[in-house]
Design a protein around this ligand. Structure first.
Ligand code: NAD
Ligand code: UDP
Length: 317
């Protein structure tokens, strides 16, 4: 049995990871300050004797008594409305101080540590699809910079700890992912559109809807995060993980309206500053190194996600 520490474990991806890894027979220590995380995401495992929860802000150093074999470092708000505005400085601190604090813990515990980085490190990309060797096009003073530059600095810290301290690191760059345990209010496009359609409200497309994203279903993403953690120590990444099937936001809206019913109409709102025009991962490296490619297409994943939102929208928060 391994002891695995997961930061950001009550959030969308973190809770799916906690559930998967505890079901595979591991002991899980979940660390979160519940800024965007929700304890209800962990209701299936909260009473499991192999699960423990530590309420902690990763901006501050973390002391743990027990031994730890692996750390998945996910703590960080991921939705633009959650990381921008008044949360921007906190987001940069979470990315940067959080990385230092978790890397120091990995050093003390001699644990392997994986960073949940992001496609946002490519900014508004000028290379399409995005390959790991592309260095990106980020506006360093824009409203997304707290997240984009924060994660770029976190990657840099991971590689410096690897070079200077021989810490065993893994860096994954996650592209847009969706599925059960998303917060209906967190403002991302799939949760917004499904919740709007289920409640008969207008579907809010930002801009003309011609911008693209490539959406990965959560189960596929959790598979590859675990494959990456279990890969040989000399393969550190960075590695793109996501589903390369690319859709415009308008196509996504039309798909969701068709699945849920024709009650909602599309309205256009202002496009936020620095919103990337297109995004699609090149996943050849993940395929070659880990033998992974996503199995669940957007239609199948949306159906499962719509069922999830139907259930949770019935129960009041
Ligand atoms: P989420 O907001 O649902 O989860 C983030 C979790 O981190 C939450 O539980 C939140 O409370 C916690 N957190 C935030 N700041 C913290 C702090 N200072 N101390 C302790 N806990 C803190 O988002 P998610 O989609 O689950 O994203 C998880 C990770 O994956 C993030 O690091 C994000 O950057 C990365 N990622 C996600 C996506 C995606 O599409 N979901 C894409 C790229 C990268
Ligand atoms: N978006 C939209 N309507 C919404 C929410 C988002 O049109 O209600 C757009 C957003 O402008 C972006 C895309 O959908 O172009 C993906 O947004 P999300 O916040 O999910 O992820 P990110 O921009 O971080 O990739």
């Amino acid at each position: 049995m391994k002891t695995i520490l997961i930061t950001g474990g009550s959030g969308f991806l973190g809770s799916n990871l906690c559930i998967r890894l505890i079901n595979e027979g591991n002991k899980i220590i979940c660390v979160d300050n519940n800024y965007t995380g929700r304890m209800k995401n962990l209701s299936k495992i909260i009473d499991n004797p192999n699960f423990s929860f530590i309420s902690h802000d990763v901006i501050h150093p973390l002391l743990i008594d027990s031994s730890i074999n692996e750390i998945y470092h996910l703590a960080c708000p991921a939705s633009p409305p959650a990381y921008q505005g008044k949360a921007a400085v906190m987001t940069t601190k979470t990315c940067v101080y959080g990385a230092v604090n978790l890397l120091e813990l990995a050093k003390v515990k001699k644990a392997k540590i994986l960073l949940a980085s992001t496609s946002e490190i490519y900014g508004d990309p000028l290379v399409h699809p995005q390959v790991e060797s592309y260095r990106g096009n980020v506006n360093p003073i824009g409203i997304r910079a707290c997240y984009d530059e924060g994660k770029r600095c976190a990657e840099s810290l991971f590689f410096d700890y690897w070079r200077e301290e021989n810490i065993r690191i893994k860096v994954v760059r996650i592209f847009n992912t969706y599925g059960p345990n998303m917060d209906p209010k967190d403002g991302r496009v799939i949760s917004n559109f499904i919740c709007q359609a289920l409640s008969g409200k207008d579907i809010t497309i930002y801009g003309n809807g011609n911008q693209t994203r490539s959406f990965c279903y959560v189960d596929d993403l959790i598979d590859v995060m675990i494959y990456m953690m279990n890969s040989s120590d000399d393969f550190v990444g960075p590695i793109n993980i996501g589903n390369p099937d690319e859709f415009t936001i308008k196509e996504l809206a039309e798909k969701i309206i068709k699945k849920i019913g024709e009650g909602s109409k599309i309205v256009h709102c202002d496009l936020p500053q620095d919103d990337p025009i297109k995004r699609k991962p090149d996943i050849s490296l993940a395929n070659m190194q880990l033998g992974w490619s996503p199995q669940i297409n957007l239609d199948e994943g949306l159906d499962k996600t719509i069922e999830y939102f139907k259930t949770i929208l019935k129960t009041k928060d």
